[in-house]
Ligand binder design. Structure first.
Ligand code: SF4
Length: 333
């Protein structure tokens, strides 16, 4: 499927997407089916390979292979020592320094590739994003650490959209992650075309409803920032906007926040709709808020009426199409 083939009529993601700027996402190699696990096996994730693989260009990374541990290899785990150590309990070999040195160099290399996101393998003492067991005196002492490579990635690149395979089974987390990946890619496209104040205004305007669905306070701050253009140097303006934009999207968009945005959008149509049409949309929004209907239902009703009544402001909002509909991210109740 080509990206252009999925182009939408409203001002959706495809209008902003450049075919020459692929959605580039780092991934734990074993999730792609590469046989790099300690036992020579893989951990292929079909959603990652078969669904996301249609849209994302993956950059595979297996930290344990890349520090020369080979396969098959003894299992490793996190241990308390001088800080958190990465150790093979069967041999006592300590891989901490090698892994940390590798992580610094790899993250610098990945930064140059300017990734749009990263998918980590859950439960791995190297790649796991959270809840990795840490041992003390051969006993599990606590959970809630990240794997050693993952912890450096999260620390050094705090605005990068990062998820792990297990969490991608959660519909809200999945949509949030993919939405951030597409949004980051749009920002990269803007940078590539050349940042200017008018282009920043266009970018911000198109993302208004999307931002409101995540973080109303950040949406307001970003609006003030864009409005203050001219009072601060452009370089500072763009850097501050980018950081705040990426951070705003980290806040989860919930059904309650989506409902507020949908009501707001409906406000633009109130004079154009008759009472029955209005009631139909209101009912769909309420049913969505109560999780009786998926988000795609009120969105479809609104999109139809936005087109029918040519509501220009709403037609330009990425909120209505932030990612390809084939991913079906908004089809769950
Ligand atoms: S979890 Fe990470 S270190 Fe382990 S096999 Fe997969 S990519 Fe390699």
């Amino acid at each position: 499927m080509t990206l252009e083939a999925a182009s939408l009529e409203l001002g959706g993601w495809a209008r902003w997407h450049s075919a020459d700027l692929p959605l580039r996402v780092g991934v734990s190699s074993c999730l792609l089916g590469e046989e790099v696990r300690f036992d020579g096996g893989h951990a292929r994730d079909r959603f990652v390979t078969d669904t996301l693989g249609q849209w994302f260009e993956f950059v595979p990374v297996c930290p344990e292979m890349e520090i020369g541990m080979g396969t098959p290899r003894p299992t490793v785990r996190l241990q308390e020592g001088h800080g958190i150590r990465l150790v093979a309990p069967s041999t006592g070999e300590d891989f901490t320094e090698r892994m940390l040195t590798f992580a610094e160099a790899k993250i610098a290399e990945l930064s140059r590739l300017d990734l749009d996101g990263y998918i980590l393998k859950k439960s791995s003492p190297s790649c796991g994003m959270e809840r990795i067991r840490v041992y003390r005196d051969n006993m599990p002492s606590r959970r809630n650490e990240s794997g050693l490579f993952a912890s450096r990635l999260l620390e050094r690149w705090s605005t990068l959209p990062v998820e792990e395979d297990g969490r991608l089974n959660d519909s809200l987390l999945r949509e949030n992650f993919i939405e951030r990946v597409f949004s980051r890619n749009r920002w990269r496209g803007l940078v590539r075309r050349g940042l200017s104040r008018p282009r920043l205004v266009l970018f911000h305007t198109a993302h208004k409803l999307l931002l409101r669905a995540h973080n109303e306070a950040a949406y307001r701050r970003l609006g003030q920032l864009v409005g203050s253009a001219g009072t601060i140097p452009d370089r500072q303006l763009f850097a501050t906007y980018e950081a705040e934009f990426q951070t705003a999207l980290q806040t989860m968009a919930t059904p309650q926040k989506h409902s507020n945005v949908l009501y707001h959008a409906l406000g633009y149509l109130k004079r154009a709709l008759d009472p029955i049409e209005k009631r139909e949309i209101l009912t769909a929004i309420e049913d969505y808020r109560k999780r009786l209907l998926p988000l795609v239902v009120p969105l479809t009703l609104l999109r139809y009426n936005i087109r029918r009544h040519s509501v220009e402001y709403l037609a330009g909002q990425l909120y209505f199409d932030p990612h390809p509909k084939e991913l079906m991210l908004r089809n769950h109740a």
